[in-house]
Design a protein around this ligand. Structure first.
Ligand SMILES: [Mg+2]
Length: 355
């Protein structure tokens, strides 16, 4: 099925890319204070979360309202890696792109020790740095959501190339997402989650309505296709279902309460316990950024990452103009995040035209 381009004007594209990055940061900051709490603990400590709060989470102790965590930091590092690769004309060589990402991830980890970096990300980056090999795929095999949380922008980046008709050389979105994911996660389910997050962000960039059943079944088919594609990447055989099997539960849940969605799809740090929940909220509230990210922030469990993934998707669809102003005013580093989105768009626009 061809993507149906509706947003073909620069203002709309800029708004979407800004919305993606600010959407991640806003979702992350809303979920930051309650990361790791049960829904009952959230109610006891905050009532219902309706805006930014100071951290009460052991993962982000000391962070104040409006501040974000590793999800945003690693997304910023990813965007930086893309821009550097494009500007140095290295794009098309995935190893050069991967090296740029890796250096940025190491720097992010060192600068932001207290931002709740996931165990798998920390251990993988440290082991690869000590072994002098960013692409050494032997390290921790855990199905974390650390790839999906930073991958929306990879899908958008690919689609910017198509929207502006630019020459991306030998480059392929799927290969890029797999390579970037494997810098930190050596588990096929983590990689599939990232591929889906990237792909769906692209669909929202093009204005797809995912409440439409045919469009949702496209996502389901993509999930199965990606699972076949990464069949050689190992995973922990712990009896948990494939992501595609969990995604099949989403359509009948779209009319359910946010709490029931969290109970059925789960809210853990494993990608199969948080990506489907984030996606369900993003589809349920695809035109309502506020409700979408607050559903994630109040879901319990890995709240910052769930709200960040939801925020990336809905932020792309509604654009920066669809994100509430009070959150833009109070968000850490807001201006820089907007400017980073513009730099990415401009870097792609400056590439030579395609055939
Ligand atoms: Mg986090």
């Amino acid at each position: 099925m061809a993507k149906n381009a509706e947003k073909d004007n620069l203002v709309g594209i800029r708004d979407s890319v800004r919305g993606c990055l600010v959407g991640i940061a806003v979702g992350d900051a809303l979920g930051m204070p309650s990361e790791g709490m049960t829904r009952q603990d959230i109610l006891k400590n905050f009532g219902r979360i309706i805006g930014f709060c100071d951290s009460q989470s052991r993962f982000s102790r000391g962070l104040a309202k409006g501040q974000w965590t590793d999800d945003t930091k690693l997304t910023i590092a990813t965007v930086g890696g893309l821009i550097e690769s494009v500007k140095s004309n290295a794009f098309g060589n995935l190893y050069v792109v991967g090296l740029a990402m890796f250096v940025n991830y190491i720097q992010a980890l060192e600068e932001h020790q207290k931002r709740g970096f996931g165990k798998t990300t920390r251990e993988s980056l440290t082991a690869r740095m000590e072994g002098n090999n960013p692409f050494d795929g032997r390290f921790p095999t855990r199905p974390g959501n650390g790839c999906a949380m930073k991958s929306a922008i990879l899908g958008i980046f690919s689609d910017l190339g198509a929207l502006f008709n630019k020459d991306f050389g030998e480059y392929d979105e799927e290969e890029l997402v797999i390579m970037v994911s494997m810098l930190t996660h050596n588990d096929s389910r983590s990689v599939v989650g990232a591929m889906l997050q990237a792909h769906i962000a692209g669909l929202f960039l093009f204005g797809w309505d995912l409440r439409n059943e045919d469009n949702f079944s496209w996502i389901y088919e993509q999930a199965k296709y990606y699972e076949d594609l990464v069949i050689k990447i190992p995973y922990v055989k712990d009896g948990t279902p494939k992501i595609s099997e969990i995604l099949a539960k989403i359509p009948p849940l779209l009319g359910a309460t946010d709490e029931l969605i969290a109970d059925v799809l789960k809210t853990g740090g494993a990608v199969y316990e948080s990506f489907p929940t984030a996606l369900a909220y993003a589809i349920k509230y695809q035109d309502d950024f506020r409700s979408a990210v607050l559903a994630g922030a109040n879901a319990g469990g890995d709240t910052d990452t769930i709200a960040a993934m939801t925020g990336a998707l809905v932020g792309t669809r509604v654009g920066l103009s669809g994100i509430p102003d009070e959150w833009k005013r109070e968000l850490e580093d807001y201006e820089n995040i907007v400017s980073l989105a513009d730099k990415l768009v401009d870097a792609v626009r400056d590439l030579p035209d395609g055939e």
